[in-house]
Design a protein around this ligand. Structure first.
Ligand code: UDP
Length: 326
């Protein structure tokens, strides 16, 4: 018998890859998604229950029907620029939605929760590699909505019968190697899909946001982590909670940083294509460098990222060549 788990936001990018790995490891994913950013065709490894996380009755009904052992909560608005333009929607979806889901989980007797958080909760980095004890002072509404839910989860764990793993992602990237699911945001703001679309001639080119940072080549450094490595960590987090693990916040990154220029070189090498690149001014809200210390994920979850930046770009290239977003 497969173990049912509720995957809220399971039709989205990271949620759908996690469903694939959950299904491979003895779990039955029940996807709950309002399809505002998710894609129905990404629900291939579980059943789909369409609904909004802010709709208490609907969430309770789905929990009652499927009796999940744990909830993985991916559903959120994620784009920093949009969070500055429309903070109301971010607080509504990300904070009210999460608290609503937690209330329904507690009422329905589901005590295990895996929450998608972000390195954006750290704000401006104070060290080269960030560990989980780094101060958390997010610098935009998106980061603050995630930080607030982290605090609620810590309080609920201390005061109520909830155990949670908070996973702080660095830069999620790449795709299923078979090209069935991948990164598909509308509009797209992320560096890898934009550069690949430029290499494919679907965009006029790539703009580098800032070449005057204090880094080895002047461009920002990010820790790109393969979405399948993230998916693996989520399944490990569920295993950990079901085995009696305590509430913890855990970084998910490779520990290796890549500059924007290095990333573009990798994309040129993998694709074999040249594309126009323009050096422009900095983008508001970008940190110079965000690289994870991932020791805790190794210790608590036995997690080791398997994929390099080349693997990430190859799998993303494979997805984009097969999939032409409208
Ligand atoms: N970036 C860029 N041009 C783009 C998109 C992104 O130069 O069209 C840079 C961005 O400034 C950052 C890095 O690429 O330094 C990664 O950005 P992304 O939006 O992918 O992720 P973020 O780190 O903002 O979550």
């Amino acid at each position: 018998m497969k173990k049912p788990v509720l995957v809220v936001g399971g039709a989205g990018y990271i949620g759908s890859h996690t469903c694939m790995i959950l299904a491979q490891r003895g779990y039955q994913p029940i996807v709950f998604d309002n399809l505002c950013n998710g894609h129905e065709e990404f629900v291939r490894w579980g059943v789909l229950e369409v609904g909004d996380v802010r709709d208490t009755r609907r969430v309770e009904q789905v929990i009652e029907k499927h009796r999940p052992l744990a909830i993985l909560h991916f559903a959120a608005l994620i784009e920093v620029g949009q969070s500055l333009a429309d903070p109301l929607s971010f607080y509504d979806n990300n904070v009210i939605g999460s608290l609503n889901l937690l209330r329904a989980a507690i009422a329905g007797g589901v005590n295990y929760f895996v929450f998608s958080s972000t390195c954006a909760t750290y704000g401006l980095p104070q060290s080269e590699r960030l560990d989980e004890s780094h101060r958390q002072v997010p610098i935009n509404p998106y980061g603050r909505t995630k930080w607030i839910v982290e605090q609620a989860l810590k309080d609920y764990s201390e005061l109520l019968n909830i155990k949670a793993v908070i996973l702080r992602y660095f830069n999620a990237a790449g795709a299923d190697f078979e090209g069935r699911i991948g990164e598909w945001h509308q509009p797209e703001t992320h560096a890898i899909p934009i550069a690949i679309e430029a290499a494919l001639g679907r965009r006029t080119g790539f703009k580098i946001f800032g070449t005057d940072y204090q880094t080895r080549d002047g461009t920002c450094v990010r820790d790109y982590v393969h979405v399948l490595d993230l998916a693996d960590a989520h399944v490990r987090a569920v295993d950990y909670l079901l085995a009696g693990g305590e509430t913890e916040a855990i970084n998910l990154g490779t520990g290796t940083g890549t500059t924007v220029k290095e990333l573009l070189n990798t994309i040129r090498a993998v694709s074999g294509r040249a594309f126009p690149v323009e050096e422009t001014s900095r983008r508001a809200g970008d940190s110079t460098s965000l690289v994870a210390d991932n020791t805790k994920a190794a210790t608590l979850l036995g997690w080791q990222p398997q994929y390099s930046i080349e693997d990430i770009v190859k799998s993303a290239w494979n997805w984009h060549t097969r999939h032409n977003a409208p």
